[in-house]
Structure formats: C-alpha cells, structure tokens
Write a protein that binds this ligand. Structure first.
Ligand SMILES: Nc1ncnc2c1ncn2[C@@H]1O[C@H](COP(=O)(O)OP(=O)(O)OP(=O)(O)O)[C@@H](O)[C@H]1O
Ligand SMILES: [Mg+2]
Length: 384
C-alpha cells in the first residue's frame, strides 16, 4: 500500500509534537509537512500530492472557512478537523464544507489513524468516480463559440459582464464554459471568483507545443461556480512572451474542449488582428450611457467597419443601464446599431460581489441584474 501523505495545519508546538510522535509508530502514514497558516498550506498543496489534511482548531482564523477554501481548490485532499469540543453549529459547517471527520482532542492514536485511513479510502473512491464522470462529460472535439467582451473605454464593465455571463451560461443547460482573461497586463478575472489559480496563460505558452483539447483542461482552474478560468499572468510586459500565434492556438484548442469561450479583453485594445476578434462568434461591445463612452464605441465601430469586420458579429451590450440620462433609442440612433442586451446598474451590490469574489448572478440570483444575465445567456444559447 502507498503511504498516505498527511499535512498538518496547526499553530501550537503541542499539537505538532503530539502528531509527530504518534506518526512515528505507523509506517503507512507519512507526515509530509507541518504548517501554521492557510497560505503555507496552499503552497505545499500546490506542489505536492497530499492525501489528508489535519486542521487544528487552535489557529486564529475560522477553520471551517479555511477548510472550505482548501476543499474547493484541492478537491482531492480529505480534510479532518481536530477540535477541543464538538459544537452542533460546527458539525453543520463541517458537513457543508466537505470535511470528512471531526476528532476531539486529546485523541487516541488508533482513532486518528483509523480516521485518516477511512477518509483517504473514501476520497480515493470519489476521485475514481469523478474521473470516470469527467471522461463521460468532457466535450468531444467540436467548435465551441467564442464570445469576446470588449469595449472602447476602460472600466466599462467588461470583466464584470464576462464573469457573470460565463456563470449564467454554465447554469443554462449545463454548458461547459471557460473564461479566458486576455487582459495580460492588468487582468483580474480570477478575483471575480476568489480563486488562487494554479496556472496562468504564461504556463500554457511555456508548454504550447504539447497543448491539445484534452490536456489544456489541466491548466485551467475550475471555480466553485462551475466554470473554468484561464487567468492572465497579470504581469506587466507579459505581452512580450505571448504572441498572436499563441492566442490563436489557445482559443482554437479551447473551442475543441468547451461549448463557450468567454474572452475578457483589456481596455483600449486597438489591435484588431488579435485572434480574439478574428475567431469571435460574437464581439460584445460594452457601452455605458455616457456621451464619452458612446463616442468611443462609435469610433471603434468605424475602425471595425473599415477593416470589413462582419457587422453581424458585433453586439452592443449596454452596461449600467436604468438611469434616465441617455435613452436607449438615442444610443441606437447614434451608433446605428440596436442594443443587443442591457445590464442594469447596481453600484453597491456589484462592488460588493467583486470584492468578495462571488459572481453577482450567484449571490443575488433573483435580482434584476441576474435576470439581465439569464436573458443574455438564453439569447446566446437559442439565437432566434
Ligand atoms: N452594472 C454595473 N453596475 C454597477 N457597477 C458596475 C456595473 N458593471 C461594472 N461595475 C463596476 O465598474 C467597475 C469596472 O468594472 P470592470 O472591472 O468589470 O470593468 P472593465 O471594463 O473590465 O475595466 P478594465 O478596462 O479596467 O478592464 C467595477 O468596480 C465594477 O464593480
Ligand atoms: Mg477588466
């Protein structure tokens, strides 16, 4: 039998030395590391295969929140909590966060070993089931639709719209959706989901020769919202290492693995040769109801028209709608395009969801904005 690899997250010297001492006497369990903070635990998890994580209740943060974050990031590691006493509310939280067991200190070594062994066995079964399922679900090579979210002006709401549309699409008819952050210098799409991505677009570019539609998924991060994210490296000068050829390969490969590829573009790109424009099935032009924004969009539409960009692909998305400043009809007349869909303004709640990293459509599913996104998703899935 392979050793069961265990990581201990605990602050006090007492628990550390007790666990180390207990583990001396067993040969099928190995203490791979001992850490004091969530961040250190995440670092070890990202570089090592850990089977079981023991979290001691004697750390300052809420251990159930930590367990929740670890299990959504590293679903293949079993979590066991070491508590001083068993409270009903904690049992509840443990159940909801996928904790496998709660042990009360001081523990008898045989109880701890038994719990580790069972948690590991259960997890192994789950992993096999999940792999079989994902093999069944993974999309056969085909042509996923590319939706490029662009605007002629920074801060129009591209990232907000891209992230929430991605989640709304994934919910509608279980579509496989990936969000690609092409804002290579300042990208923050991963923040919208509060995830710590294992890889970024830079890692794919390093490995570009080996990328195919099955392998690319291992570079993506599955969010708790059910969509995959390919974050940008968000490092200045990233552009020097990523060329148009790389972007084309990545988008075309993703088309073979996903139903929808949502591309979040940087503000003020003028490079219409970018494959995200060329490969787009829909080019979402985000406009806000302000004179300056409308003017910029009009100029961009002019450039696209000069380059013979297909007009049918361009869809105007009016963001922060609902105020009375400028009427829809005036925007349509000025741009000579109809508004394809709109997303209302809700400054307070939008900012709060962006800050906590829970997509708006998930946090406020019954709000007007969520209805806006569901309507947009439906329009894309069933174009009339
Ligand atoms: N419909 C909305 N109602 C209220 N606030 C919004 C709405 N859409 C976006 N915002 C807010 O506007 C700000 C900019 O949004 P976002 O980051 O999505 O824009 P962006 O176009 O991606 O910006 P950048 O050009 O910097 O990439 C954010 O603080 C966001 O919370
Ligand atoms: Mg953005």
């Amino acid at each position: 039998m392979d050793n069961i690899k265990v990581l201990l997250l605990g602050k006090t010297g007492e628990i550390r030395s007790k666990i180390e001492e207990m583990f001396y006497s067993v040969d099928y369990i190995m203490l791979t590391g001992t850490v004091a903070t969530e961040q250190e635990a995440m670092e070890i998890l990202s570089g090592n295969m850990i089977d079981v994580i023991l979290i001691d209740s004697n750390i300052e943060e809420d251990i159930y929140d930590i367990a929740d974050r670890i299990s959504s990031e590293y679903a293949e590691a079993a979590i066991i909590i070491l508590e001083d006493s068993l409270l009903e509310e904690n049992m509840h939280k443990a159940f909801l966060t996928g904790v496998k067991d709660i042990l009360i200190k001081p523990m008898n070594p045989s109880v701890l070993f038994d719990s580790i062994y069972k948690a590991n066995e259960q997890m192994k079964k789950k992993i096999v089931m999940r792999r079989e399922n994902s093999a069944k679900n993974s999309k056969k090579p085909g042509r996923g639709k590319v939706i490029t979210v662009y605007s002629a002006k920074g801060g129009a709401g591209k990232t907000f719209i891209a992230a929430n549309l991605a989640v709304a699409l994934a919910k509608s008819k279980n579509k496989r959706v990936v969000l690609v952050d092409l804002d290579l210098d300042y990208g923050n799409a991963a923040l919208a989901f509060n995830i710590i991505p294992r890889f970024t677009i830079l890692d794919i570019v390093d490995d570009i020769r080996n990328i195919d539609h099955e392998f690319i998924e291992s570079y993506l991060t599955l969010t708790p919202s059910g969509i995959w994210v390919l974050p940008s490296g968000a490092k200045l000068m990233t552009n020097e290492f990523i060329n148009m050829n790389h972007i084309e390969i990545i988008l075309k490969t993703l088309q073979n693995a996903f139903d929808y590829i949502i591309v979040d573009m940087p503000g003020r790109t003028q490079d219409m040769e970018n494959p995200a424009f060329i490969l787009a099935d829909y080019l979402f032009m985000v406009v806000t109801p302000e004179i300056a924004a409308i003017r910029n969009v009009k100029a961009s539409l002019g450039i696209l028209s000069e380059r013979n960009y297909p007009k049918s692909k361009i869809k105007i998305i009016l963001n922060r709608a609902g105020g009375n400043e400028i009427r829809n009809r005036d925007i349509e007349t000025t741009l000579n395009y109809s508004v394809y869909a709109h997303v209302n303004a809700d400054s307070k709640r939008v900012a709060s969801t962006m800050n906590v990293g829970i997509p708006f459509v998930q946090k406020y599913p019954h709000s007007t904005l969520s209805k806006n996104f569901n309507y947009l998703a439906k329009k894309i899935v069933n174009p009339s």
